[in-house]
Design a protein around this ligand. Sequence first.
Ligand SMILES: Cc1ncc(COP(=O)(O)O)c(C=O)c1O
Length: 371
Amino acid sequence: MKIPLCKPSIDNKELRLVNKSLKSGWLTHGPDNLIFESNFNKLIGSKYSVSMNSCTSALECAIKCLDQKGEIIVPSFTWVSSANAIINTGCKPVFADIDLETRNIKPNSVENLITKKTIAVMVVHFSGLPCEMDEISKICKKYKLHLIEDSAETLGAKINNKYTGSFGLGCFSFFPTKNITTTEGGMLTLNNKKMYIKAKKIIAHGISKSKEKPWERYSILPGHNYRLPNHLAVLGNAQLKKLKQFNLKRNYIANLFKKNLNKFNNLIVIPKTPKNFTHVYQMYTVRILKGLRNNFVRYLNKYGIEASVHFDPPLHQQKIYQKYRKGNLKNTNLLSKQIATLPIYPDLKKNEVDYIIKIIKKWYFKSQSKV
Ligand SMILES: Cc1ncc(COP(=O)(O)O)c(C=O)c1O
């Protein structure tokens, strides 16, 4: 059996809608972007949303909206985009540690790194689980820092009924592995009108048009082309309708893993969801103990299961990020050597989940006899 790590769910109705949109002749940012943004506001509870061509663009745009340069505290245990967006906007990442159980940035690790140069905190909601936003929001308020949420991996998860992306400047990804997809795509969510107007300019070349003479176009800032085309917004709208169903299915699969793997916790540690938090399992990650992680991933791969690792090496261990300030990254160092990602996606079938569990059990009993 061959089981990929991720598989997007795009149905025929969605293909027809995209086809129709392409045939309409409107191929760039257009009316469906506005519908997508409005639907996103309703979901997240944000005042404004700006659709873009990626989460990386949304992260860069969010930082540019701050109108400040300085240090931004971010976990080292993340995808490169989080730190790249900071560096590419003329700021400096400062790497904070994570909690071993949630894999998310630790509030006290953030607070220990704040200096006069700090302008913002960028949390990363890892694999579908929100960070401890009440504590982090309090820290940001206390030190007057901006709050950016890299929510690329977490769409639809809540803490006490409040969605990720509604605490600060929220950045989402619609890459094919994410909770919904527009192939490539992203969204910025925010509540500040001034920043919203600026974000709209940044994504479309920084151009302002005069009402009297619309052919005269003035550059009011050196903008980018971060726009999401209309037909991808059409796909985004259709996918958004299925988000709840998608996340329920991800949770159903996660529960099957939990039920079957929980008892092997001397070697395989499954993820836990804190009270009052929801998890949307963009990834299902386990900790493999006793130095056996690589052996586990290779074993599953040998049986056609595309298990993988997110993230090893963490950013602070990579050459281009080594010059930046960092805290004590003990948990990050440990977790990056233990973490493994199992396939999870809405179209993963029960017999495929059973097969993954069967192979993991086989690996467990084989390894158990050796340790
Ligand atoms: C935490 C995190 N941030 C940012 C990104 C970048 O998203 P995009 O590919 O939409 O730019 C990803 C995607 O893999 C991610 O996992």
